[in-house]
Structure formats: structure tokens, C-alpha cells
Design a protein around this ligand. Structure first.
Ligand code: TRP
Length: 327
């Protein structure tokens, strides 16, 4: 089985990303025959970030995944823009894609609704074509399985559709990928809404210990007294705690909540669990970022290996479409 994970480098990763994306993807990759981790910097380019920011975030994403245990000798970790075969395949797919298929994409429709009558000026082709580039990311490596959050499911369906279109037209060369929905992507944030950068309610993965404590103290609780029984299903500090500790310890905390425990104690347990989970990765992350040239070297090696996988497939595709003489 070939597993491919795509990560858009768009800012500091948080606890919701760890539980919903990083951990499940690393677990899946550990079982796979081969795993690809693509840092999708050209997807991030659709938002036209500052050039220094794009480079910095790309390195940060690489360091984050390495810090949480990605093994760059087994897995292939690379920067999307270092693999030109992806963009070649993207164009070929573009030529097979009816415009209407992309008109129906949620991200494009949402941006169109926000822009109102100015949509034709406000929406750039990068956003419109985003699903095509993502399909190329996946199809260029023959991926069987792609772990995704709910918001990416439509993109996977588009990738499957495009593989089938190509295969109908030119013969069976592209493998339609399956996807696995990550379960944990509904981790609540400090205020109880889904943890998300846009709500500013996140717990960043690499914040210093005192900052983590400050954030934990801000987590919303109600005014029940220490001895009052508390409902685990709505106890925010507990829901975060549960995502970090083994099931036995979560069950024990659940019993203590039902029996009555102060919010201060629950938060203390959470702060300790956070520090136990994050202190090692934080140290590795800082070490990695202190030597960005080493990250760049790792990424360049990953790209060379990734290209070695994409090139034979692209050669077959080029022959099939008549860009290279068939032997
Ligand atoms: N669009 C994905 C996101 O925003 C990132 C991504 C780019 C991706 N290429 C991919 C995900 C390939 C899976 C496979 O999260």
C-alpha cells in the first residue's frame, strides 16, 4: 500500500492538527509499504504569502513532522515545488477537466460567495485550479490511500474522477486513490468551538511551557463548585486531556469528574499531560530550525527520491498522450 499525505504550509501547527492529522498520518505511514509526505508550498502560493514566509513555513512544517517522529529515511518528505513532474501531470489533467467540475468545488464556491459580484476579479486561477494540482500530487505517485480531513474529501473525489477520465481516454495508467477520514479533527479549542486558527482558540504545538499553562488557564469552564459532579462530554479541559493520555487514564479522570473534582485539578492534569506530550518534540523542533540548511538538504534528498518514483509514471503518461514517441 502506498500512502500519501499532503500538508499545506500555512502557519504554526496546533494540537488539533496533531490529533487530527499528524498522528493518524504517521500511524498510517508506519503500516504502509511506502509513504509520501508532500509539503504543498505551491498550494499555499494560491494565497500569495510573503516570499520569506512561504520558505519559513515550509521549513517549519518539515521540522514539525520530523519532531513528531517522521523518519525521513523510510518516508519520503519533500517540497511539492521541487518535483516538476507534478506540474506536468497537472497540466495534462487540466486538459481533460470540464470547467463545470471545478465550478462545483466548495472552496471556490465559498470564495465566490464572499466576493459577490467581484468574483471574476477577486478569484485567481490558482484557487480555481487548486483541486487539479492536488490530484496531480496524488496521481503522480500511484498513491492508494490519502488520509484527509472532512474538508478535503471533495478534492479526493475530484482526483478519483480525473484518474478515471484519463484512463477512459488514454488507457489505464492512473490509480484512483482512496481516502481515510481522520477522526480527531473535531478537537475543541479553548472556547469550546472547533480548534482552529481562524477562531484564535488553539494550543500551538511548539509554545513554551509557561505559554501552554497560560492557555490552559484560559480554557472555558462553568461555575460549578469543586464537589459538584461534572459531565465529561462537555468538560473542555477533559476533552483535551483525553486526546493526550492512554484510555485508562482518561477513564480514571472521567470517574473523578462524575464524582466531583475542581476545574483547577483537571486543568493541572491537562497542563502536565501537554508538557509530557510536547516537551520532547519542542526541543527537537527548535534544534532542527536552528539548522535550516539541514532541513533544506533533507528536503532536497526527499525530492530526488520522489522524482525517481514520478518519472517512470510520467514517461508512460507522455507516451500515452503522444508527447513522446511510443516505443
Ligand atoms: N489541500 C490540502 C489541505 O489544504 C493539502 C494538500 C495538497 C494535500 N496536496 C495534497 C492533501 C495531496 C492530500 C493529498 O489540507
Amino acid at each position: 500500500m502506498i500512502v500519501l499525505t499532503g500538508i499545506k504550509p500555512s502557519g504554526a501547527p496546533h494540537l488539533g492538527n496533531l490529533v487530527g492529522a499528524i498522528r493518524p498520518a504517521l500511524a498510517l505511514a508506519a503500516e504502509a509499504r511506502r509513504s509520501f509526505f508532500v509539503i504543498a508550498d505551491y498550494h499555499a502560493l494560491t494565497e500569495l504569502p510573503e516570499p520569506e514566509a512561504l520558505l519559513k513555513r515550509t521549513r517549519e512544517v518539515a521540522a514539525a513532522w520530523l519532531a513528531f517522529g517522521l523518519d525521513p529515511k523510510r518516508a519520503l518528505l519533500y517540497r511539492q515545488s521541487d518535483v516538476p513532474e507534478v506540474f506536468e501531470l497537472c497540466w495534462i489533467l487540466t486538459c481533460l477537466t470540464p470547467k463545470g467540475l471545478l465550478n462545483r468545488a466548495h472552496a471556490y464556491k465559498a470564495a465566490g460567495a464572499r466576493a459577490g459580484g467581484d468574483a471574476d476579479d477577486a478569484i485567481r486561477m490558482g484557487l480555481y485550479s487548486y483541486p487539479l494540482l492536488m490530484a496531480a500530487d496524488i496521481l503522480a505517485f500511484d498513491a492508494d490511500l490519502v488520509p484527509v480531513g472532512r474538508d478535503q474529501v471533495q478534492h479526493l473525489e475530484i482526483a478519483r474522477d480525473l484518474a478515471a477520465r484519463f484512463n477512459r481516454h488514454y488507457g489505464p495508467l492512473l490509480k484512483p486513490p482512496s481516502y481515510r477520514l481522520s477522526v480527531g479533527d473535531a478537537l475543541p479549542g479553548l472556547d469550546g468551538r472547533k480548534m482552529s486558527k481562524s477562531y484564535e482558540n488553539t494550543i500551538p504545538l511548539f509554545a513554551p511551557a509557561d505559554e501552554l499553562r497560560r492557555l490552559v488557564s484560559r480554557i472555558r469552564t462553568d461555575s460549578t463548585r469543586a464537589s459538584d459532579p461534572k459531565d465529561p462530554a462537555t468538560a473542555l479541559p477533559f476533552l483535551l486531556y483525553r486526546a493526550l493520555v492512554p484510555p485508562e487514564r482518561a477513564e480514571e479522570m472521567e470517574r473523578r469528574l462524575r464524582a466531583g473534582i475542581s476545574w483547577g485539578e483537571v486543568k493541572e492534569a491537562l497542563a502536565l499531560a501537554l508538557e509530557a506530550t510536547l516537551s520532547g518534540p519542542r526541543e527537537r523542533y527548535q534544534k532542527l530550525l536552528a539548522a535550516p540548511e539541514e532541513i533544506d538538504t533533507l528536503l532536497a534528498e526527499g525530492a530526488a527520491r520522489a522524482r525517481a518514483h514520478a518519472r517512470p509514471l510520467l514517461s508512460r503518461v507522455r507516451r500515452a498522450i503522444g508527447a513522446t514517441a511510443a516505443r
